[in-house]
Design a protein around this ligand. Structure first.
Ligand SMILES: [Mg+2]
Length: 413
């Protein structure tokens, strides 16, 4: 791959440990799909899987994108069930996948299960060594429920830290303690920081997280020089910007990470390090998506091997970059591998990326963004933000994919 520093190292390490290929089947107690013997291959089974981004592809803010539900009908069998393996891969993270699957079911008019939804933090399950540790979680929404759903058993929130150490959060004068407050609750040493998504009151989170990094997890015990490497950080969602109802993009979690990295470097003179960087465009996330696709195919009894993944998204720097990067990995993977051989990127124009006038016929000319909005640890490679296909919307995307695959709904039923 060669374009990515931190996450490539992490990804390679995971592959080396055979966690990636084995984890899911170990945890579910099922055999991998290629282990099924004595089954004949049915031509009616789809030989491809679909990865849909959500915001900017299927919804924009709280509003469905016109035509998305109609487009999905092409994927249903006679019983109204999805007839191809589908996962929804989003960098959103401040909610539970159960909530997101309910919203999607309503928007698309088809039953979507929580197991088909990959939020930015879903692939944290690939790092089981942290599940028993005492971790600080940063973000907003039902943080403790999200952490519990992921398998973390010993979680401390920023708010709990504020209460335990009332003298640390001093930027907002109205929230300072009135008199000389002492430590009110005793917390164990924090062993890792899990950044689930963008928090509110950034100054509080930045201050308290830095306190942990500079003190080996005991924020009242700063040492000079500060310990390095610092305690592990696992970060989900690197998007600098995202598209909501406003006409211009909004701050994403990547902006928060940029602030944290900049402050850490300014204060210590050293680089902040990540144990894991997940969410698109990280290959860890795409590998997790591949596992869920293969599991769906196996559970539905589709015997054709899934050879091609199609990733449909609106953000060149997250969806397209990630899909193309994973495609490089798949191409370098042994051709005898039973899994997919390619991952094609499909860029829609209903979100972050929007076309001016006609859709360009040459994808090489389709990306006009020249400022690199990707994460520090993902080096800019112009070829990775060039989509395999550029289409107007998700309807056109599905039309193109189904035509390429020669797949019709009637084949399934
Ligand atoms: Mg999007």
């Amino acid at each position: 791959m060669g374009t990515l520093v931190g996450s490539q190292r992490i990804f390679s390490r995971l592959v080396k440990k055979r966690l990636i290929s084995g984890l899911h089947h170990v945890s579910s107690g099922t055999a991998p799909p290629w282990a099924v013997r004595g089954m004949s291959v049915s031509n009616a089974s789809p030989g491809f899987g679909l990865l849909f981004d959500i915001d900017g592809v299927l919804v924009r803010g709280r509003h469905p994108i016109p035509g998305a539900a109609e487009a999905f009908r092409k994927l249903l069998d006679r019983d109204g069930k999805l007839a191809v393996p589908v996962v929804f891969v989003t960098n959103a993270g401040n909610c539970l996948r159960q909530e997101r699957s309910k919203e999607l079911s309503q928007v698309l008019g088809v039953q979507i299960s929580p197991d088909q939804v990959i939020l930015s933090h879903g692939p944290l399950q690939m790092f089981p060594q942290f599940l028993e540790k005492c971790v600080l979680v940063s973000g907003q929404g039902p943080l403790e429920d999200v952490a519990k759903d992921l398998g973390f058993r010993n979680v401390v929130t920023i708010e709990a830290m504020r209460q335990a150490y009332p003298l640390l959060d001093m930027v907002d004068q109205s929230r300072r303690p009135r008199s000389g407050a002492a430590i009110s609750v005793s917390l164990p040493a924090i062993e890792a920081v899990v950044l689930l998504g963008e928090p509110v009151r950034w100054e509080t989170s930045l201050q308290l997280i830095l306190d942990l990094l500079l003190s080996a997890g005991r924020p009242t015990e700063w040492s000079a020089p500060p310990p390095y490497p610092h305690i592990p950080i696992l970060a989900c969602n690197m998007d600098l910007l995202w598209m909501a109802e406003a006409k211009t993009p909004r701050f994403g979690h990547g902006t928060f990470l940029l602030c944290l990295e900049t402050l850490y470097r300014k204060i210590t003179g050293r680089e902040l390090q990540y144990e894991a960087l997940i969410g698109k465009p990280s290959p860890v996330t795409y590998n997790y998506a591949e596992q869920l696709i293969l599991r769906q195919a196996m559970e539905r009894g589709w015997r054709n091997p899934v050879r091609t993944l199609y990733a449909i998204g609106d953000n060149p720097m997250a969806d397209i970059y990630g899909a193309n990067l994973y495609n490089r990995f798949l191409q370098s993977r042994c051709r005898d591998s039973p899994g997919p051989h390619s991952c094609q990127s499909v860029l829609v124009c209903t979100g972050v990326y929007s076309y001016q006038g006609e859709v360009p016929s040459d994808p090489q000319e389709s990306v006009t963004q020249t400022v690199f909005h990707g994460h520090r640890d993902f080096k800019f490679d112009p070829s990775l933000v060039e989509a395999s296909h550029v289409v107007r919307d998700v309807g056109e995307a599905l039309e193109l994919i189904l035509k390429k695959e020669g797949w019709r709904r009637s084949q399934e039923s």
